[in-house]
Ligand binder design. Structure first.
Ligand code: GLY
Length: 366
């Protein structure tokens, strides 16, 4: 059953990609609703919305096994760390926390943590959030000089009566908790910012497209979801946000319900891309609610993207990029994006691999 659900029967064509010592398959999957059919067979019904509670039971009953998923192919490295935590008996919360710390420490990753591209004033400002299987949440926004915003978000969750801390308050809190101030602006990111300053043209889509062109060495925001052996689901999300943003801008990655959402009875979702548009449709929460209605993770991601088209029109949607990933209580996973080039890294008991997401539009050039 495991290989059936983990898409290996869906391979149309495959190739490989390497990240350091990790070499993984890239899998292209067609839009076949096999998982959904399986659910409906369990339910004996063709109406997902009417049978949501039973579906949740069916999902629980057919648990495939633990899995970790992340936005973007290079996060196979982050998944490996998360999987190590799960393999050592740690829970999904520990797994996503430790996994997300990997790109946060990586100076070559210029969209997360240390080495992240700065805002237009030259400040690296970080957003992150975390959510566990009990509905506990924590987030930091606009945090500067702290390499691991996900760890500060977790402290907010576990050691304060609040759920979000912002800017100077978040930094003060982090320092009180023993985090060390560091310069997060690497020479490489500084040089890119100085080059941008010459024209000072802010174009979120262009930033994302440039990142996608460099996808084999780089990526955008990390959103990570995990389900452990006891079917506890957790998620974490971390970013330096849109390059050259206005100082003080916050995207989706620290907004619970937009960049990340977990409902331990249903599943979880997380996002990457233009944060303004993810916030506009409460992306991650919408996906979880679609899974509650019985949609498989991939379909749920697509439906959330369609909400943006409904809200802002096709011309608008063609000029933005959003990538969603999701998993449900059974451990099934899926992804979808507005424009091409988005990918999801997957790690389970059988393999580590990358799924190239299908997209709503084939190009943003029309
Ligand atoms: N998705 C990251 C951001 O817009 O900040």
């Amino acid at each position: 059953m495991g290989s059936f659900f983990k898409f290996s029967t869906f391979i149309l064509s495959d190739s490989h990609i390497s990240f350091g010592e990790i070499r993984v398959s890239i899998i292209f999957i067609p839009h076949i609703n096999m998982q959904r059919r399986k659910f409906l067979k369990v339910l004996g019904s063709a109406s997902p919305a009417l049978f949501a509670p039973q579906l949740m039971q069916a999902s629980s009953a057919s648990f495939i096994g633990p899995v970790v998923i992340s936005t973007w192919a290079p996060n196979v490295k982050a998944n490996a760390e998360a999987w190590r935590a799960l393999s050592n008996g740690q829970n999904a919360l520990e797994a996503v926390h430790q996994g997300v710390m990997v790109p946060e420490s990586d100076p070559d990753d210029n969209s997360v943590g240390y080495g992240g591209l700065p805002d237009r004033d030259g400040a690296v400002t970080l957003d992150a959030c975390i959510m566990d299987h009990l509905g506990n949440i924590g987030a930091v926004m606009g945090l500067e000089q702290i390499k691991h915003p996900i760890s500060v978000a977790r402290k907010v969750m576990e050691e304060t009566p609040h759920v979000q801390l912002v800017g100077e308050g978040a930094l003060k809190f982090a320092l009180e908790k023993g985090f060390q101030k560091e310069n997060l602006l690497t020479e490489k990111s500084k040089a890119l910012w100085e080059s941008w300053l010459k024209k000072s043209n802010y174009d979120p889509l262009q930033s994302i497209r440039e990142i996608e062109k460099r996808i084999r060495e780089n990526h955008d925001t990390i959103g990570m979801l995990a389900i452990d052996a006891e079917q506890r689901i957790s998620g974490a999300c971390s970013t330096s946000g849109m390059a050259y943003k206005i100082h003080g801008r916050v995207g989706d990655s620290s907004i619970i319900g937009a960049g990340l959402y977990v409902n331990n009875r249903i599943g979880a979702a997380t996002a990457t891309g233009v944060g303004e548009d993810v916030v506009r449709i409460c992306g991650a929460h919408t996906i979880v609610e679609m899974m509650r209605q019985g949609y498989e993770p991939k379909e749920a991601c697509r439906i959330a993207l369609e909400r943006l088209i409904e809200l802002k029109g096709e011309d608008y949607a063609r000029k933005t990029q959003i990538g969603f990933i999701a998993l449900n209580k059974a451990g099934e996973v899926g992804c979808y994006s507005m424009l091409p080039e988005f990918s999801m890294a997957v790690r389970d008991a059988e393999a580590e691999y990358v799924i190239q997401a299908e997209s709503i539009f084939s190009s943003d050039l029309k």
